[in-house]
Design a protein around this ligand. Structure first.
Ligand SMILES: C[C@](O)(C(=O)O)[C@H](CC(=O)O)C(=O)O
Ligand SMILES: [Mg+2]
Length: 301
């Protein structure tokens, strides 16, 4: 009922252990609370909270318009619902070094297991758009060092994302990753790599866990979990996938309603009332108040 009973400290310890396990973890991106519960219900290792999705949720493009308050609130709303670890997108850290320190503590208080901070210049943009620019190595490493210094729970994972591949190429990416590791990063998110060979090169350049971003309609190809495992990837995110799937279904349903004047033909594609109630655990609330779930749903509901 209500929220997860697993303390944030435990989820962080679990996340660390999972990253060190040699497994390839899969974290789909939740686009709201109940989708986070669905991800957990389906047995995934964790949940990702995406800046792109949170921006879209507000009807905004992913170009650095969302604020620390908006992102950390969304992260908290999701982290408290699930027992599995949550990784959140902290963009460029929402300001300069002191802001970044505050960002870390806000996300710690939100109960997430870790965040990633990128080396784009402000204002950042989606990593799969053209025209990105990155900060110099000194600024990039300072961001990570400030983040590591600000955390109060040593298990809180500070992942360094670098966007340098699309700007300066692979050799610069490998240099940047080594510098980010030296600055105290716990894990590396090499954004927009162009092939599995490039993941292998990153694997050879660092001993830290690495993340692969399997975002659709991006710069790179979509690889399977096994392919990514074989090149040494530790964690895969599918950041916007569920939002895209849900919005695709929503478009089809709206088109159908426009042409037929009813949603009758779409009902078979919809999540049922009983499945929604199951995910929201209506029944569990009866322990508190037995009048809440005192109705019966028929099998087709
Ligand atoms: C991972 C990402 O930072 C996000 O906000 O989800 C985006 C995803 C996307 O726009 O597809 C990114 O910059 O890759
Ligand atoms: Mg993002």
């Amino acid at each position: 009922m209500l929220y997860s009973a697993v303390p944030a400290q435990q989820k962080r310890a679990d996340f660390r252990a999972a990253l060190a396990s040699g497994k390839t973890l899969q974290f789909p991106g939740a686009f709201n609370g109940v989708s986070a519960k669905l991800i957990q219900d389906k047995g995934f290792d964790g949940v990702y909270v995406s800046g792109a999705v949170t921006s879209a949720d507000l009807g905004l493009p992913d170009i650095g318009l969302t604020t620390l308050s908006e992102m950390s609130l969304r992260a908290k709303q999701i982290a408290r619902l699930v027992d599995v670890p949550v990784l959140a997108d902290a963009d460029t850290g929402f300001g300069e070094m002191l802001n970044l320190a505050r960002t870390i503590q806000e996300f710690e208080d939100a109960g997430v297991a870790g965040i990633h901070i990128e080396d784009q210049v402000n204002p950042k943009r989606c990593g799969h758009l053209d025209g990105k620019a990155v900060v110099d190595e000194h600024t990039a490493t300072q961001r990570i060092a400030s983040a590591a210094r600000a955390r109060r729970d040593s298990n809180f994972v500070i992942m360094a994302r670098t966007d340098i591949r699309a700007v300066e190429g692979l050799p610069a990416t490998l240099d940047r990753i080594r510098a980010l590791e030296d600055a105290g990063a716990d894990a590396i998110f090499p954004e927009a790599l162009m092939s599995l060979d490039e993941f292998e090169a990153v694997r050879a350049a660092t001993s830290l866990p690495i993340l692969a971003n399997m975002t659709e309609f991006g710069k790179g190809q979509l690889y399977t979990k096994q392919q990514l495992h074989d090149v040494g990837v530790n964690l895969v995110i599918y950041p916007v996938s569920l939002l895209r799937a849900a919005m695709g279904a929503a478009e089809r349903a709206l088109d159908s309603l426009r042409s037929h004047g009813t949603l009758e033909s779409e009902v078979g594609n919809m999540q049922t009332r009983s499945r929604l109630y199951e995910l929201l655990d209506y029944e569990g609330y009866n322990d508190f108040d037995s009048s809440i779930f005192n109705f019966k749903l028929s099998p087709d509901q």
